[in-house]
Design a protein around this ligand. Structure first.
Ligand code: MN
Length: 259
């Protein structure tokens, strides 16, 4: 069994390597990730210039590791199409610094990378932690390993595309794991203008559109101190939830607390 690990924060992001290290207890791990920060590149792929790949020394031993001069989606397409000749069984993208919730999943490079695995028939998980400081990456890594184990054992069906977000809290302060829907119309990008002395410039600025109070949404659930799992195969592709049930969530949370 082999798991492809990628991200959009770049090949040396701490979240990527905590994830890779934990997943090594489940299966062989190969890391293929962008050579630099590629957050908010969504599903972008590079079609108008060549892609360069470099084998790099892994941060965690015994992990085949490649950095890609391209987007997260490029990395997964290259990994599955060229770099992993014996194939992989699953794609896990993250652990992202900062949450990927609501409509933002369409902008997220973390989710975009996982999508390329899903489109190629592989189970795919995007996993994020809701803080740029990310003090509790270990909870996310352990949860990813628990999910991966269930998928590889056949306890969960393989046709999954999950978006997982954790609050950046110690496990004792996390209430549980909930199945959620994507929140909608929560942010809007606006334009701020400035002048650098020679030319005008523009910044795109994210604006939050009020508080989300829909109780089954990912944003509300996370704000209440829960871990959110959204079945994107269900939400984006209108498939049944495929074994993502309330009892699975409480089972995962029990196991996470015991791990
Ligand atoms: Mn990112």
């Amino acid at each position: 069994m082999r798991i492809l690990v990628t991200n959009d924060d770049g090949i040396f992001a701490p979240g990527l390597w905590i994830l890779a290290k934990e997943l090594k207890s489940v299966a062989r791990v190969v890391v293929v990730a962008p050579d630099r920060e590629q957050s908010a590149t969504g599903t972008a792929i590079t079609l108008r210039q060549p892609l360069r790949v470099q084998r790099v020394t892994p941060v965690v031993p015994d992990v085949d590791t490649y950095s890609v001069e391209g987007t997260p989606s490029d990395s997964v397409i290259l990994a599955l199409g060229k770099l992993t000749e014996n194939g992989v069984d699953m794609v896990i993208s993250g652990i992202n610094r900062g949450s990927n919730l609501g409509d933002d999943v369409l902008l997220s490079g973390t989710v975009g990378a996982a999508l390329q695995g899903y489109l190629r028939g592989l189970p795919a998980i995007a996993i994020s932690i809701a803080s740029a400081d990310s003090h509790h990456l270990d909870n996310a890594a352990k949860l990813a390993a628990l999910l991966a184990k269930k998928i590889l054992a056949g306890t969960l069906p393989a046709d999954l595309f999950l978006n997982v977000n954790l609050p950046d809290l110690p496990l004792a302060k996390i209430k549980g794991i909930k199945i959620t829907q994507l929140a909608h119309k929560t942010h809007i990008d606006t334009v701020e203008e400035g002048h650098d002395g020679r030319r005008e410039y523009y910044w795109l600025v994210r604006q939050k559109l009020g508080t989300n109070t829909d109780k089954d949404t990912d944003i509300w659930t996370l704000e209440q101190g829960n871990i959110s799992i959204t079945a994107l195969h269900n939400t984006l592709f209108q498939k049944p939830p495929l074994g993502i049930t309330d009892s699975l969530c409480s089972d995962l949370f029990q196991k996470l607390k015991q791990s």
